[in-house]
Design a binder for this molecule. Structure first.
Ligand code: 9D3
Length: 259
């Protein structure tokens, strides 16, 4: 898969790609990432990429000229039809389902904004989709773009050393993870759940699934409700979900309380 990132901070993007699974995917040729800096396309001596908002108000807006020039240059290096995605707090949620769709593509263009955002006409004329990474404010689109790259890379065939890791993801798809333990067997007086030392792999599997369901019920009740309504959930997962009390029926804030 080929990805281009349009950014005022290409070194920030390139720097983050030098680590871990993404770095290895680049080295293996499973992924390639290029960057394009809109400042390259400025014509004034100061390299101006932003300007004051029409209508007034605080903050600056990215000028359309240099940004659209950078988008077109980067897009020309990608396979025909590669979608142009603008990372923005106003975008649709970036989810694992969206990651799976995007990871199928041969090419993807990501546009990272800075300042208060980009001139709306850039979105109208040079953007196909807008994505948000969550309901909080970050300072620009670079970390969101890197989040998207990271999530997609994990889904590229051969990117994970141990291919079980992504199958395991599907075992508990739609659930939070279970708790993990490693040596020592006792750490600061805290032991390891005995079932994990039992060697009984069926018991271990059941315990992990129950833990994942309980955590999901406590921390993300909406996720569990979404799973209940799904037809194609693995049988053992469906059973574990059924066996868990419905969200709100008693647990957590009441647990251990004397009436
Ligand atoms: C007037 C309010 N503005 C700042 C408090 C709005 C605003 C402008 C620019 C909010 C965020 C940003 C920069 N954010 C992104 O570029 C961004 C983002 C995000 O902030 N949250 C979640 N996903 C994304 S994707 C890109």
């Amino acid at each position: 898969m080929r990805i281009e990132v349009v950014t005022l901070f290409p070194a920030m993007v390139e720097g983050a790609l030098r680590y871990g699974i993404v770095s290895r995917a680049l080295a293996r040729g499973l992924l390639s990432v290029g960057t394009e800096d809109p400042r390259t396309y400025t014509t004034d001596v100061h390299g101006t990429v932003d300007d004051r908002p029409y209508g007034g108000g605080p903050g600056m807006v990215m000028k359309p000229g240099p940004l659209v020039a950078a988008i077109r240059a980067a897009h020309a290096r990608l396979p025909q039809g590669s979608p142009r995605v603008y990372l923005s707090a106003q975008g649709e949620p970036f989810t694992q389902a969206r990651a799976r769709e995007l990871a199928q593509l041969p090419g993807l263009l990501l546009v990272a904004g800075r300042y208060e955002g980009v001139d709306e006409r850039v979105i109208e004329s040079a953007i196909d989709a807008e994505l948000s990474v969550g309901d909080y404010v970050v300072s620009g689109g670079e970390l969101p773009a890197l989040t998207v790259i990271d999530a997609l890379t994990r889904l590229l065939p051969g990117a994970l050393g141990d291919e079980r890791s992504s199958e395991e993801d599907s075992f508990t798809q739609g659930l939070l993870d279970w708790p993990h333990y490693t040596r020592p067997e006792v750490f600061e007086g805290r032991g390891v759940p005995p079932v994990l030392l039992s060697g009984n792999h069926a018991d271990i599997r059941r315990w992990r699934l129950a833990q994942a369901v309980e955590r999901t019920a406590a921390r993300r009740p909406g996720m569990l409700e979404a799973l209940r309504g799904q037809p194609d959930v693995a049988r053992d997962v469906a059973r574990a979900v059924d066996e868990c009390r419905p969200a709100g029926a008693g647990a957590d804030e009441d647990r251990g309380r004397k009436t």
